[in-house]
Design a protein around this ligand. Sequence first.
Ligand SMILES: Nc1ncnc2c1ncn2[C@@H]1O[C@H](COP(=O)(O)OP(=O)(O)OP(=O)(O)O)[C@@H](O)[C@H]1O
Ligand SMILES: [Mg+2]
Length: 343
Amino acid sequence: MSDDVLVSARGLEVHFPVGGRGFRKQPAGVLRAVDGVDLDIYRGETLGLVGESGCGKSTLGNALLRLVPSTGGSITFGGTDITGLDGRKLKELRRRAGMVFQDPFASLDPRRTVAQTVSEPLEVHGLRKGRDKAARVGELLELVGLDPAVAGRYPHEFSGGQRQRVGIARALAGEPDFLVCDEAIASLDISVQAQVLNLLRRLQRQLGLTLLFVSHDLSAVRYIADRIAVMYLGRIVEIGPAAAVGSDPQMPYTQALLSAVPVPHPALERERKRIVLTGDVPSPAAVPSGCRFRTRCPYVFEPCDDVDPALQPVGAPGQQAACHLHGVVGTPATAPEGITATP
Ligand SMILES: Nc1ncnc2c1ncn2[C@@H]1O[C@H](COP(=O)(O)OP(=O)(O)OP(=O)(O)O)[C@@H](O)[C@H]1O
Ligand SMILES: [Mg+2]
């Protein structure tokens, strides 16, 4: 990991129109899937992205890859603004930044051999031809721990873990710098998850990849990630070194998420205090004013209603949390009279 930022988002928004009525389908409102994300991903790091279902993790990952259009803010990749990229430059971005999908059963074409699947990016980007291409496919299969002799086989002949390796080989074919792994181990058997996790970790180090590892599984994220970002209702609410966020979270939401993870030690497990969140996640089409976590926060107090907390340095070096418990810093959500955010 270096200080060099590879992927960066500023004020990134992905809003979807919802609830259209009448034959003209006028949009009745917006669903704020990603709602003002500021994020820097450093070259060579694995950033874990966690949060409950529906909080916008996949939409953020897809938006960073320009697979979903953003409706506000900006994205840079390797220092270049890619927010409005199209044509040849967007195609080049597709080579340099890719996706490892959740479901290796759905993401592989059952009618294509492993060789055809893995070599597709080579063809699309005109990277290798003929015998070179076959040799490169063999190399890629070896890289992900598969025997190059399987190149002629079809997806149904493989186990889930092997299929995910094929998906990873395809994602690596264009020699990308950045990969988004969206729930890449979620659909695999528990016994296979660790193998694929170790594979991703080895590849990240061997190839100097930058990974955004999106997962529900906090234990997996703590194992693989250098830093962890926590998302709630379209926003990053805490971010920092994995050890710091994992052992000394500064945002009540992160504390609640972590308190739900079992500790692999009987005595510690008995002592583990669970913070149970009350209520459901509000709809991203009706984000609460002020702090978006306030409707479920056990520590809610006066400024939380009106002032939208900004991420601020707190805890360990490099750790940031968006929470008024650490001092009121933010923007008044509805610009109410008489409330000023102290810088
Ligand atoms: N194309 C779309 N049109 C409308 N709403 C969408 C679209 N894609 C996602 N959403 C909504 O945006 C919100 C965020 O969804 P997203 O899939 O990014 O969450 P997630 O954190 O990845 O959830 P999960 O953990 O279940 O994968 C959800 O409310 C979802 O219903
Ligand atoms: Mg998702």
